[in-house]
Design a protein around this ligand. Structure first.
Ligand code: GAP
Length: 440
Protein backbone atom coordinates (compact mmCIF):
# COMPACT_ATOMS: atom_id res chain seq x y z
CA UNK A 1 0.00 0.00 0.00
CA UNK A 2 1.32 3.46 -0.85
CA UNK A 3 2.00 5.52 2.25
CA UNK A 4 0.02 8.75 2.51
CA UNK A 5 3.39 10.56 2.60
CA UNK A 6 4.16 9.39 -0.96
CA UNK A 7 0.78 10.67 -2.09
CA UNK A 8 1.37 14.03 -0.40
CA UNK A 9 4.87 14.33 -1.89
CA UNK A 10 3.48 13.57 -5.34
CA UNK A 11 0.57 16.01 -4.96
CA UNK A 12 2.90 18.70 -3.62
CA UNK A 13 5.09 18.48 -6.74
CA UNK A 14 2.27 17.98 -9.25
CA UNK A 15 0.17 20.88 -7.99
CA UNK A 16 2.93 23.43 -7.36
CA UNK A 17 3.35 23.31 -3.57
CA UNK A 18 6.93 22.08 -3.23
CA UNK A 19 9.70 21.54 -5.78
CA UNK A 20 13.07 19.86 -5.13
CA UNK A 21 15.75 22.58 -4.82
CA UNK A 22 17.94 23.16 -7.91
CA UNK A 23 16.09 20.37 -9.72
CA UNK A 24 17.47 21.50 -13.08
CA UNK A 25 20.92 20.42 -11.89
CA UNK A 26 19.87 17.10 -10.28
CA UNK A 27 18.91 18.77 -7.02
CA UNK A 28 20.76 19.51 -3.78
CA UNK A 29 20.41 17.38 -0.68
CA UNK A 30 17.87 18.48 1.90
CA UNK A 31 16.81 21.70 0.16
CA UNK A 32 13.34 22.44 -1.25
CA UNK A 33 11.71 25.36 -3.05
CA UNK A 34 8.14 26.45 -2.44
CA UNK A 35 5.99 26.68 -5.55
CA UNK A 36 3.12 29.13 -6.15
CA UNK A 37 0.67 27.26 -3.89
CA UNK A 38 3.33 26.34 -1.31
CA UNK A 39 4.31 29.94 -0.76
CA UNK A 40 0.63 30.84 -0.18
CA UNK A 41 0.25 28.00 2.33
CA UNK A 42 3.49 28.95 4.12
CA UNK A 43 2.43 32.62 4.22
CA UNK A 44 -0.92 31.60 5.71
CA UNK A 45 0.77 29.45 8.37
CA UNK A 46 3.05 32.36 9.30
CA UNK A 47 0.11 34.78 9.29
CA UNK A 48 -1.99 32.70 11.73
CA UNK A 49 1.06 32.11 13.96
CA UNK A 50 1.92 35.82 14.06
CA UNK A 51 -1.69 36.76 14.74
CA UNK A 52 -1.93 34.26 17.61
CA UNK A 53 1.49 34.96 19.13
CA UNK A 54 2.01 38.69 18.49
CA UNK A 55 -1.02 40.66 17.24
CA UNK A 56 -3.60 39.25 19.64
CA UNK A 57 -1.45 39.68 22.76
CA UNK A 58 -0.57 42.81 24.69
CA UNK A 59 2.77 41.58 25.90
CA UNK A 60 4.48 40.12 22.81
CA UNK A 61 6.35 42.17 20.21
CA UNK A 62 7.96 41.14 16.94
CA UNK A 63 11.49 41.32 15.60
CA UNK A 64 13.30 40.59 12.34
CA UNK A 65 17.00 40.22 13.08
CA UNK A 66 19.71 39.53 10.50
CA UNK A 67 20.66 35.98 9.51
CA UNK A 68 24.37 36.80 9.70
CA UNK A 69 25.64 37.79 13.14
CA UNK A 70 29.00 38.49 14.75
CA UNK A 71 30.76 35.13 15.11
CA UNK A 72 31.15 35.80 18.83
CA UNK A 73 27.38 35.28 19.22
CA UNK A 74 27.79 31.61 18.31
CA UNK A 75 30.76 31.10 20.60
CA UNK A 76 28.93 32.73 23.49
CA UNK A 77 25.67 30.87 22.91
CA UNK A 78 27.51 27.53 23.05
CA UNK A 79 26.63 26.56 19.48
CA UNK A 80 30.25 26.36 18.28
CA UNK A 81 31.04 24.05 21.14
CA UNK A 82 27.83 22.02 21.46
CA UNK A 83 25.51 22.27 18.44
CA UNK A 84 26.61 18.92 17.06
CA UNK A 85 25.32 15.43 16.30
CA UNK A 86 27.25 12.16 16.52
CA UNK A 87 28.44 11.08 13.07
CA UNK A 88 29.40 7.54 12.12
CA UNK A 89 31.05 6.52 8.85
CA UNK A 90 30.67 3.12 7.19
CA UNK A 91 34.16 1.70 6.60
CA UNK A 92 32.92 -0.27 3.62
CA UNK A 93 31.03 2.31 1.51
CA UNK A 94 32.03 5.52 3.34
CA UNK A 95 28.43 6.71 3.72
CA UNK A 96 27.95 8.93 6.75
CA UNK A 97 24.97 8.85 9.09
CA UNK A 98 23.81 10.35 12.34
CA UNK A 99 24.74 7.61 14.76
CA UNK A 100 21.42 7.82 16.60
CA UNK A 101 19.46 7.41 13.34
CA UNK A 102 20.97 4.02 12.43
CA UNK A 103 18.62 1.00 12.35
CA UNK A 104 18.57 -1.25 15.43
CA UNK A 105 20.51 -3.95 13.53
CA UNK A 106 23.43 -1.53 13.24
CA UNK A 107 23.72 -2.38 9.53
CA UNK A 108 24.65 0.38 7.10
CA UNK A 109 21.45 1.64 5.37
CA UNK A 110 23.49 2.11 2.15
CA UNK A 111 25.45 -1.18 1.80
CA UNK A 112 24.18 -3.45 4.61
CA UNK A 113 27.62 -4.01 6.22
CA UNK A 114 28.16 -3.49 9.93
CA UNK A 115 31.62 -1.95 10.18
CA UNK A 116 31.80 1.59 11.48
CA UNK A 117 34.45 4.15 12.34
CA UNK A 118 34.54 5.54 15.87
CA UNK A 119 31.75 8.14 16.00
CA UNK A 120 32.71 11.82 16.25
CA UNK A 121 30.71 14.97 16.94
CA UNK A 122 29.82 16.91 13.79
CA UNK A 123 28.89 20.60 14.17
CA UNK A 124 25.71 21.42 12.25
CA UNK A 125 26.40 25.09 11.56
CA UNK A 126 27.22 26.24 8.01
CA UNK A 127 30.36 28.34 7.92
CA UNK A 128 30.74 31.42 5.75
CA UNK A 129 32.99 34.48 5.54
CA UNK A 130 32.23 38.18 5.84
CA UNK A 131 34.18 40.45 3.50
CA UNK A 132 36.69 39.66 0.78
CA UNK A 133 39.32 37.83 2.85
CA UNK A 134 38.72 34.22 3.82
CA UNK A 135 40.59 33.93 7.10
CA UNK A 136 39.63 32.77 10.56
CA UNK A 137 38.84 36.29 11.70
CA UNK A 138 36.26 36.82 8.94
CA UNK A 139 34.51 33.52 9.59
CA UNK A 140 30.93 33.37 10.82
CA UNK A 141 27.95 31.05 10.57
CA UNK A 142 24.50 30.94 9.02
CA UNK A 143 22.20 30.98 12.03
CA UNK A 144 20.89 27.57 13.14
CA UNK A 145 18.12 29.24 15.18
CA UNK A 146 16.58 32.73 15.14
CA UNK A 147 16.54 32.88 18.96
CA UNK A 148 20.03 34.38 19.29
CA UNK A 149 18.94 37.43 17.27
CA UNK A 150 16.30 37.94 19.95
CA UNK A 151 18.70 37.57 22.88
CA UNK A 152 21.24 40.04 21.49
CA UNK A 153 18.40 42.56 20.93
CA UNK A 154 16.89 42.05 24.40
CA UNK A 155 18.31 45.34 25.69
CA UNK A 156 17.20 47.26 22.58
CA UNK A 157 13.62 46.04 22.95
CA UNK A 158 13.50 46.77 26.69
CA UNK A 159 14.87 50.27 26.08
CA UNK A 160 12.52 51.14 23.23
CA UNK A 161 9.22 49.36 23.83
CA UNK A 162 8.33 49.94 27.53
CA UNK A 163 7.79 46.21 27.90
CA UNK A 164 7.14 44.81 31.36
CA UNK A 165 8.01 41.35 32.54
CA UNK A 166 6.60 38.88 31.58
CA UNK A 167 6.82 39.73 27.87
CA UNK A 168 7.74 37.97 24.67
CA UNK A 169 9.76 38.70 21.54
CA UNK A 170 8.73 36.71 18.48
CA UNK A 171 10.48 36.18 15.21
CA UNK A 172 9.96 34.29 11.95
CA UNK A 173 12.97 33.67 9.76
CA UNK A 174 15.31 31.28 8.05
CA UNK A 175 17.51 28.84 9.93
CA UNK A 176 20.24 26.66 8.44
CA UNK A 177 21.56 23.32 9.69
CA UNK A 178 24.02 21.10 7.91
CA UNK A 179 22.10 17.98 8.93
CA UNK A 180 24.09 14.77 8.53
CA UNK A 181 21.04 12.82 7.41
CA UNK A 182 18.15 14.63 5.74
CA UNK A 183 14.97 13.04 4.55
CA UNK A 184 11.28 12.42 4.86
CA UNK A 185 10.54 15.32 2.54
CA UNK A 186 10.16 18.59 4.52
CA UNK A 187 10.69 16.90 7.89
CA UNK A 188 14.46 17.25 8.10
CA UNK A 189 16.02 19.73 5.70
CA UNK A 190 19.08 21.97 5.70
CA UNK A 191 17.40 25.34 5.12
CA UNK A 192 14.05 26.10 6.74
CA UNK A 193 11.93 28.85 8.21
CA UNK A 194 11.35 28.89 11.94
CA UNK A 195 8.67 30.57 14.05
CA UNK A 196 10.13 31.25 17.49
CA UNK A 197 8.93 32.98 20.61
CA UNK A 198 11.25 33.86 23.48
CA UNK A 199 9.01 34.56 26.46
CA UNK A 200 10.92 36.40 29.19
CA UNK A 201 9.56 35.87 32.66
CA UNK A 202 10.30 35.84 36.39
CA UNK A 203 12.40 32.85 37.47
CA UNK A 204 9.83 31.98 40.12
CA UNK A 205 6.94 31.77 37.60
CA UNK A 206 8.88 30.11 34.78
CA UNK A 207 7.51 26.65 35.45
CA UNK A 208 3.92 27.92 35.46
CA UNK A 209 4.56 29.83 32.23
CA UNK A 210 6.01 26.69 30.71
CA UNK A 211 2.71 24.86 31.40
CA UNK A 212 0.78 27.84 30.01
CA UNK A 213 2.69 27.79 26.71
CA UNK A 214 2.40 24.03 26.42
CA UNK A 215 -1.38 24.35 26.49
CA UNK A 216 -1.46 27.44 24.25
CA UNK A 217 0.60 25.74 21.59
CA UNK A 218 -1.39 22.50 21.65
CA UNK A 219 -4.63 24.50 21.39
CA UNK A 220 -3.22 26.34 18.37
CA UNK A 221 -2.49 23.10 16.54
CA UNK A 222 -5.97 21.80 17.30
CA UNK A 223 -7.59 25.08 16.21
CA UNK A 224 -5.97 24.62 12.78
CA UNK A 225 -7.56 21.23 12.40
CA UNK A 226 -4.68 18.88 13.18
CA UNK A 227 -6.27 15.69 14.47
CA UNK A 228 -6.16 15.28 18.23
CA UNK A 229 -5.24 11.60 17.96
CA UNK A 230 -2.14 12.55 15.94
CA UNK A 231 -0.75 14.93 18.58
CA UNK A 232 0.81 14.33 21.98
CA UNK A 233 3.31 15.83 24.43
CA UNK A 234 6.63 14.15 25.16
CA UNK A 235 8.99 15.24 27.91
CA UNK A 236 12.69 15.02 26.98
CA UNK A 237 15.05 12.86 29.01
CA UNK A 238 17.92 14.83 30.53
CA UNK A 239 20.43 13.41 28.02
CA UNK A 240 18.48 14.56 24.93
CA UNK A 241 17.95 18.20 25.90
CA UNK A 242 19.78 21.01 24.07
CA UNK A 243 22.78 22.44 25.92
CA UNK A 244 20.79 25.54 27.00
CA UNK A 245 17.63 23.88 28.34
CA UNK A 246 16.67 22.57 31.77
CA UNK A 247 13.32 21.30 30.56
CA UNK A 248 12.02 20.44 27.09
CA UNK A 249 8.68 19.10 25.98
CA UNK A 250 7.94 18.31 22.35
CA UNK A 251 4.56 18.47 20.74
CA UNK A 252 4.86 15.31 18.71
CA UNK A 253 2.97 14.34 15.58
CA UNK A 254 2.24 10.77 14.55
CA UNK A 255 4.22 10.88 11.28
CA UNK A 256 3.28 8.03 8.92
CA UNK A 257 6.98 7.53 8.01
CA UNK A 258 8.44 7.32 11.52
CA UNK A 259 5.62 7.13 14.08
CA UNK A 260 5.79 9.81 16.74
CA UNK A 261 8.32 12.61 16.27
CA UNK A 262 8.86 16.29 17.04
CA UNK A 263 6.57 18.85 15.45
CA UNK A 264 7.29 21.71 17.86
CA UNK A 265 9.70 22.09 20.78
CA UNK A 266 9.01 23.98 24.00
CA UNK A 267 12.07 24.64 26.16
CA UNK A 268 12.89 26.32 29.44
CA UNK A 269 16.16 28.09 28.53
CA UNK A 270 16.39 29.63 32.01
CA UNK A 271 18.65 32.72 32.15
CA UNK A 272 21.39 30.83 30.29
CA UNK A 273 21.50 32.90 27.08
CA UNK A 274 21.13 36.38 28.61
CA UNK A 275 23.74 35.60 31.27
CA UNK A 276 26.18 34.22 28.72
CA UNK A 277 25.79 37.26 26.44
CA UNK A 278 26.08 39.67 29.38
CA UNK A 279 29.26 37.95 30.53
CA UNK A 280 30.95 37.87 27.12
CA UNK A 281 29.83 41.31 25.87
CA UNK A 282 30.35 43.05 29.19
CA UNK A 283 26.90 44.69 28.81
CA UNK A 284 24.22 44.61 31.46
CA UNK A 285 21.33 42.44 30.21
CA UNK A 286 19.35 42.46 33.42
CA UNK A 287 15.82 43.81 33.86
CA UNK A 288 14.90 46.30 36.56
CA UNK A 289 11.79 45.14 38.37
CA UNK A 290 9.85 48.25 39.48
CA UNK A 291 7.94 46.31 42.12
CA UNK A 292 10.85 44.85 44.04
CA UNK A 293 13.29 47.58 42.92
CA UNK A 294 15.73 44.82 42.11
CA UNK A 295 17.60 43.83 38.96
CA UNK A 296 16.92 40.32 37.70
CA UNK A 297 17.97 38.28 34.71
CA UNK A 298 14.72 36.87 33.30
CA UNK A 299 14.11 33.21 32.54
CA UNK A 300 13.03 32.28 29.02
CA UNK A 301 10.31 29.90 27.85
CA UNK A 302 10.66 29.14 24.16
CA UNK A 303 8.08 27.54 21.85
CA UNK A 304 9.74 26.94 18.47
CA UNK A 305 8.45 25.31 15.29
CA UNK A 306 9.52 24.99 11.66
CA UNK A 307 7.14 26.31 8.97
CA UNK A 308 7.97 23.40 6.63
CA UNK A 309 7.47 20.78 9.31
CA UNK A 310 4.10 22.31 10.16
CA UNK A 311 3.21 22.37 6.47
CA UNK A 312 4.03 18.68 6.16
CA UNK A 313 1.87 17.74 9.17
CA UNK A 314 -1.01 19.84 7.81
CA UNK A 315 -0.78 18.28 4.34
CA UNK A 316 -0.65 14.74 5.73
CA UNK A 317 -3.56 15.35 8.09
CA UNK A 318 -5.64 17.11 5.42
CA UNK A 319 -5.05 14.55 2.65
CA UNK A 320 -8.28 12.63 2.12
CA UNK A 321 -9.53 10.22 -0.51
CA UNK A 322 -13.27 9.61 -0.52
CA UNK A 323 -16.09 8.43 -2.73
CA UNK A 324 -18.06 11.17 -4.46
CA UNK A 325 -20.93 11.06 -6.95
CA UNK A 326 -20.12 11.81 -10.60
CA UNK A 327 -22.34 13.77 -13.01
CA UNK A 328 -23.78 10.39 -14.13
CA UNK A 329 -26.68 9.41 -11.89
CA UNK A 330 -25.84 6.59 -9.49
CA UNK A 331 -22.12 6.58 -10.40
CA UNK A 332 -19.34 7.48 -8.03
CA UNK A 333 -15.60 8.09 -8.20
CA UNK A 334 -12.75 8.66 -5.76
CA UNK A 335 -12.01 12.29 -5.11
CA UNK A 336 -8.85 13.59 -3.47
CA UNK A 337 -9.48 16.49 -1.12
CA UNK A 338 -7.09 18.54 0.97
CA UNK A 339 -9.27 19.33 3.97
CA UNK A 340 -7.14 22.26 5.07
CA UNK A 341 -8.52 24.86 7.46
CA UNK A 342 -9.96 27.57 5.15
CA UNK A 343 -7.62 30.17 6.73
CA UNK A 344 -4.69 28.09 5.51
CA UNK A 345 -5.90 27.10 2.05
CA UNK A 346 -3.67 28.62 -0.64
CA UNK A 347 -6.69 29.51 -2.79
CA UNK A 348 -9.86 30.59 -1.01
CA UNK A 349 -12.28 30.84 -3.93
CA UNK A 350 -12.34 29.40 -7.45
CA UNK A 351 -14.50 31.15 -10.00
CA UNK A 352 -15.81 28.87 -12.74
CA UNK A 353 -18.08 29.61 -15.72
CA UNK A 354 -20.24 26.49 -16.15
CA UNK A 355 -19.30 26.23 -19.84
CA UNK A 356 -17.16 28.26 -22.24
CA UNK A 357 -19.88 30.73 -23.15
CA UNK A 358 -18.82 34.36 -23.62
CA UNK A 359 -21.75 35.69 -21.55
CA UNK A 360 -20.87 33.44 -18.60
CA UNK A 361 -17.13 34.06 -18.98
CA UNK A 362 -17.70 37.83 -18.85
CA UNK A 363 -19.60 37.64 -15.55
CA UNK A 364 -17.15 35.12 -14.07
CA UNK A 365 -14.15 37.29 -14.93
CA UNK A 366 -15.79 40.34 -13.39
CA UNK A 367 -16.52 38.43 -10.17
CA UNK A 368 -12.96 37.05 -10.15
CA UNK A 369 -11.52 40.55 -10.51
CA UNK A 370 -13.63 41.83 -7.59
CA UNK A 371 -12.90 38.94 -5.22
CA UNK A 372 -9.17 39.02 -5.99
CA UNK A 373 -8.97 42.34 -4.14
CA UNK A 374 -9.67 40.52 -0.88
CA UNK A 375 -8.86 36.83 -1.29
CA UNK A 376 -6.51 34.52 -3.14
CA UNK A 377 -8.79 33.58 -6.03
CA UNK A 378 -8.41 31.32 -9.07
CA UNK A 379 -10.27 31.50 -12.38
CA UNK A 380 -10.67 28.28 -14.37
CA UNK A 381 -12.66 27.61 -17.54
CA UNK A 382 -10.82 24.51 -18.81
CA UNK A 383 -12.53 21.07 -18.77
CA UNK A 384 -15.85 19.82 -17.46
CA UNK A 385 -17.22 21.41 -14.30
CA UNK A 386 -16.74 18.07 -12.45
CA UNK A 387 -13.06 17.99 -13.36
CA UNK A 388 -12.60 21.59 -12.28
CA UNK A 389 -14.21 20.86 -8.90
CA UNK A 390 -11.80 17.93 -8.46
CA UNK A 391 -8.81 20.12 -9.32
CA UNK A 392 -9.85 22.61 -6.64
CA UNK A 393 -10.61 19.87 -4.08
CA UNK A 394 -7.09 18.54 -4.56
CA UNK A 395 -5.50 21.86 -3.60
CA UNK A 396 -7.91 22.49 -0.73
CA UNK A 397 -9.96 25.39 -2.14
CA UNK A 398 -12.86 25.75 0.33
CA UNK A 399 -15.31 27.43 -2.07
CA UNK A 400 -16.04 27.00 -5.77
CA UNK A 401 -18.31 29.53 -7.32
CA UNK A 402 -20.07 28.66 -10.58
CA UNK A 403 -21.66 31.09 -13.04
CA UNK A 404 -24.42 29.35 -15.03
CA UNK A 405 -27.17 30.37 -17.44
CA UNK A 406 -29.56 31.12 -14.54
CA UNK A 407 -26.99 33.71 -13.37
CA UNK A 408 -27.94 35.79 -16.44
CA UNK A 409 -31.51 35.98 -15.11
CA UNK A 410 -31.23 35.95 -11.31
CA UNK A 411 -27.82 37.65 -10.82
CA UNK A 412 -26.82 34.79 -8.53
CA UNK A 413 -24.14 32.10 -8.57
CA UNK A 414 -23.82 28.64 -7.07
CA UNK A 415 -21.35 28.26 -4.23
CA UNK A 416 -20.10 24.76 -3.56
CA UNK A 417 -18.59 23.83 -0.19
CA UNK A 418 -15.45 21.70 -0.52
CA UNK A 419 -16.11 19.30 2.36
CA UNK A 420 -19.87 18.77 2.27
CA UNK A 421 -20.10 19.38 -1.52
CA UNK A 422 -23.41 21.12 -0.73
CA UNK A 423 -24.37 23.92 -3.08
CA UNK A 424 -26.27 27.12 -2.44
CA UNK A 425 -27.36 30.10 -4.51
CA UNK A 426 -25.98 33.48 -3.52
CA UNK A 427 -26.68 36.87 -5.12
CA UNK A 428 -23.58 38.29 -6.85
CA UNK A 429 -23.96 41.55 -4.91
CA UNK A 430 -23.84 39.59 -1.59
CA UNK A 431 -20.74 37.51 -2.43
CA UNK A 432 -18.21 39.57 -0.46
CA UNK A 433 -20.37 39.58 2.64
CA UNK A 434 -21.05 35.83 2.31
CA UNK A 435 -17.36 34.99 1.95
CA UNK A 436 -16.28 37.38 4.72
CA UNK A 437 -18.56 35.50 7.09
CA UNK A 438 -17.02 32.20 6.06
CA UNK A 439 -13.36 33.19 5.82
CA UNK A 440 -11.41 35.29 8.29
N1 GAP B 1 15.54 27.66 19.15
C1 GAP B 1 15.11 26.36 19.47
C2 GAP B 1 15.39 25.38 18.47
O1 GAP B 1 16.06 25.65 17.50
P1 GAP B 1 14.81 22.91 17.74
O2 GAP B 1 13.95 21.89 18.42
O3 GAP B 1 16.19 22.51 17.37
O4 GAP B 1 14.80 24.18 18.71
C3 GAP B 1 12.79 24.01 16.53
O5 GAP B 1 14.06 23.41 16.44
C4 GAP B 1 11.85 23.48 15.46
O6 GAP B 1 12.39 23.69 14.17
C5 GAP B 1 11.58 21.96 15.52
O7 GAP B 1 10.55 21.67 16.45
C6 GAP B 1 11.15 21.68 14.11
O8 GAP B 1 9.78 22.03 13.91
C7 GAP B 1 12.01 22.64 13.29
N2 GAP B 1 13.24 22.01 12.79
C8 GAP B 1 14.38 21.76 13.46
N3 GAP B 1 15.30 21.20 12.66
C9 GAP B 1 14.72 21.08 11.45
C10 GAP B 1 15.17 20.58 10.19
N4 GAP B 1 16.39 20.12 10.01
N5 GAP B 1 14.30 20.60 9.16
C11 GAP B 1 13.05 21.09 9.30
N6 GAP B 1 12.58 21.59 10.47
C12 GAP B 1 13.41 21.59 11.52
Amino acid sequence: MIDVTDKVVSLAKRRGFVFPGSELYSGIGGIYDLGPLGVELANNIKKVWWKNIVSQRDNVVGLDSAILMNRQVWHTSGHVESFADPLAECKNCHSRFREDSLPKSGNCPACGKNDWTESRMFNLMFKTHIGPVEEEGSETFLRPETAQGIFVNFGNVVDTMRVKLPFGIAQIGKGFRNEITTGNFLFRVREFEMMELEYFTFPKTAEKDFEYWQKERMDWHLSLGLKKENLRFREHESDERAHYATRSVDIEYNWPFMDWGELEGIANRTDYDLKQHAKESGKDLSYFDEETKKKIVPYVIEPSIGVGRMMLALLIDAYTEEKAPTAEKGESETRTVLKLHPNLSPVKVAVLPLVKDQKLIKIAKEIHKDLKQEWETMYDEVGTIGRRYRRQDEIGTPYCLTVDFDSLKDNSVTIRDRDSMKQERVKIKDLQEYLRAKLS
